[in-house]
Design a protein around this ligand. Structure first.
Ligand code: NAP
Length: 299
């Protein structure tokens, strides 16, 4: 594993590249702040036999999306194409820095509420992934309007905006990218359903759980994530026959702008936990609601 305790900006990797990835059978080193090198992970020959070729993540300017990009780029089974979307690529400095160091990273503009841009966006994605299609879509972009989340403060606008971003966006993006996901599912017919073949991850929340709602509040956010969970289950019936795997994930309560500094989990912990779940997905988890540590969520 990559040593994630190293300062981010100093986690420079010495990579021997082959086909855009570290060559199999070589040690990959991370450089620490004192200039000391230590093995970050060792790649076995044949390690890439089950590697998916493309992942697309929304909302990568900061928070969980940005950390997903960081960790996926350093993962022993890093995808050969990683598409990170954000609202303003010109201002997404952390992403742009990563893109300079990793040729497989594409930074694309996507405002998830701008549905009129989806057709052109899907065409751009198609031009990047080609005939292999898109293996994984992670619907990560989301909002929690803290100042409008109590019953007394919520408004028509806050409820509607939250629903449009957190629920309508993911559903419509799946519709727009479905042909590319199907292409990946069809072109990997020898693989079981899951992450390596074709998968959709909807970033949900424990606050979307109806069964676990013992405190109330978070108006707009709770309903939007409960609706997203329902969409995950419906998509599993719609897309399962096309061998496209669908999952709702709760990343835990995490230290991001949305989660606040009071959260118990760091982004590093949440994302490394979720990646472990993604890389070990089983076909029987299709349509499930899982937590970042692999435990089953309560609907
Ligand atoms: N952190 C937690 O504790 C927690 C817990 C449960 C679930 N989640 C879920 O995890 C996901 C990521 O949350 P986070 O904690 O990383 O939040 P965050 O730090 O606030 O980041 C949210 C990301 O979503 C993007 N975004 C928001 N609205 C968008 C839109 N209309 N179009 C495109 N991008 C948009 C933001 O872009 P800008 O930078 O341009 O604003 C930002 O990159 C969300 O779906 C959230 O609901 C988080």
């Amino acid at each position: 594993m990559v040593d994630l305790t190293l300062p981010r900006e100093e986690r420079t990797l010495e990579r021997t590249r082959r086909d855009g990835r570290p060559a199999a059978g070589v040690a990959v080193f991370a450089r620490g702040s004192a200039g000391l090198e230590r093995p970050a992970f060792f790649l076995q020959e044949g390690h890439f036999g089950n590697t998916m070729s493309s992942v697309l993540i929304t909302g990568c300017n900061r928070g969980l999306g940005l950390e997903l990009v960081r960790q996926l780029l350093l993962h022993p089974q890093a995808p050969s194409v990683l598409i990170a979307t954000c609202r303003k690529p010109e201002d997404a400095h952390a992403l742009q820095t990563l893109a300079k160091a990793h040729s497989q990273l594409y930074v694309l503009k996507l405002e998830v509420n701008d549905f009129s841009s989806y057709d052109a966006f899907a065409q751009t994605v198609k031009s990047i992934v080609g005939d292999k299609g898109l293996n994984v879509l992670i619907n990560n972009a989301g909002i929690l309007l803290q100042n409008h989340s109590s019953f007394s403060n919520c408004t028509v606008e806050s409820l509607t905006d939250t629903y449009v971003t957190n629920t309508v966006g993911p559903i419509m993006l799946v519709k727009a990218l479905r042909p590319l996901l199907k292409l990946a599912a069809d072109s990997n017919a020898d693989l079981p359903m899951g992450w390596s073949r074709a998968a959709i991850i909807n970033m949900s929340s424990g606050l979307g759980s109806v069964g676990n709602n013992t405190l109330g509040s978070y108006f707009g956010y709770r309903e939007s994530k409960a609706a997203l969970n329902t969409a995950t289950r419906s998509m599993s019936y719609e897309l399962g026959p096309q061998n496209i795997f669908v999952l709702s994930m709760h990343p835990g309560w995490v230290q991001t702008d949305l989660g606040t500094s009071q959260a118990p989990l760091t982004v590093e912990q949440s994302i490394s936990g979720m990646l472990a779940v993604f890389f070990s997905m089983k076909p029987e988890q299709h349509g499930a609601f899982l937590h970042w540590d692999g435990k089953e969520g309560i609907w």
